[in-house]
Design a protein. Sequence first.
Length: 472
Amino acid sequence: MANHVALPTSADLESNIRGLTDVFNAPGDIYGREFRLQEIKGCILYHIAYTDRERLQNSVLSPLQRATETRLEDVLPILDLKRVTDFHSAAEGMKQGKCAIMLDQSNEIMLADVSIQLTDHAAEPQNEQTIRGSHDGFVDDLATNSQLIRKRLTAADLVERNYVLGAKSSLSVSLLYLQEMADPNVVEQIAAKIAGISVDFVKSAGQITELLESSTLSFFPQTIFSERPDTTVSHLMDGRVVVLIDGNAMAVILPVTFFMFFQVPDDYVSRWWNGTFFRFLRYISMILTVALPSIYIAIVSNHFEVLPIDLVFSLKASLENIPFDPLIEALFMIIVLELLREAALRLPKSIASTLSIVGGLVIGTEVVNANLVSTTMIVVIALTAVASFSLPSQEMRLALRLVSIPVMFASAMLGFVGIALSFSLLFMHLTKLESFGVPYFYPFAPLEPRRLLPALIQLPVRMFGKKTSKQE
């Protein structure tokens, strides 16, 4: 707001109300309350998202109605009082949780602090932990989550649309976006989808996000879940849309691209070359998750000739007493691994870690001793599991695990040709997939050379361009 030309106030109360309301891109968030101070007509304006209405009632409105003085400093029991004479300064104060008090025949606006205090409400993120970044996280209350976003993003063009879904459940949903940054066509598509959800009862947030996806048949997720307000604000500044759902401690971000799932908050709080290195590690982990078991199956089943002779003898020795094909071994170990992971999620935390360690050691040792699985396959599946766990997005992690299974079947039947065919089909699907009109594999399809580096690596801060246009 500091860059805006000052808009001076006038001595007419109605003109001041209209002028201050027009500063905001979402005037529906601005509420007013008229009063009289010793026969002087006045009005209080406040932003519903930043204001504690109980404090406003007790500390501002009630004293004004009982006042015997006309000087506001003598009436209001608030330390933080400030007089301004232009609309942009008043709007800036309202975005910090202050109410604007205006009196007829006065060109001054009094700002009184009645902001919401959130120090006891924010929770620490559990799934998006960071070493040096913010430790605030979303909670299950929609109003608190909205305030956590607005505390970090005090832009006048931040718009919030509210919906109530479910004829019987009455679940509150909010749609947030920056009017100057977001693509209006994308916003209207998402708003139309939310408004068009017609159900009697909303079981969970997943039911809503599934209805928001462009292609429900695809393995790949088309929304990003974040429990961090700072990450959510970053996506808003990139022109994306955020959906907040009451009772869900996550923000739903859309539209998305494939490469967004490999970015984490730590990339932006560490040195740029550290962020670049670890981002490349995540891309390598993605490839290992999909391709490592398939490559091993293809080599053992069809292409022993690509290995050095010493390694061939070692593999032959480990496979000598195994009665199953490598594909059966891999599927068996993947199922066992997923069973252990699922059991650890459902059990109490006090015994979940014991199950993971003891179960993994016992099962891994005994299946080798029983000649059910080769030692090499144990190593391959363990590396694949570690690689998948290093991916920051749970949804993308599960998608890549599912994708790896048909690739294994193709490698068992056709060897390297099957892997190449599978990846060709995979890339065809990714280039065809869209999220609300945004290409999923952007900036590779369609190719946008100047966007390739920011998508793949973490650039230095001085190379960041200032965002001045709507989302591309």
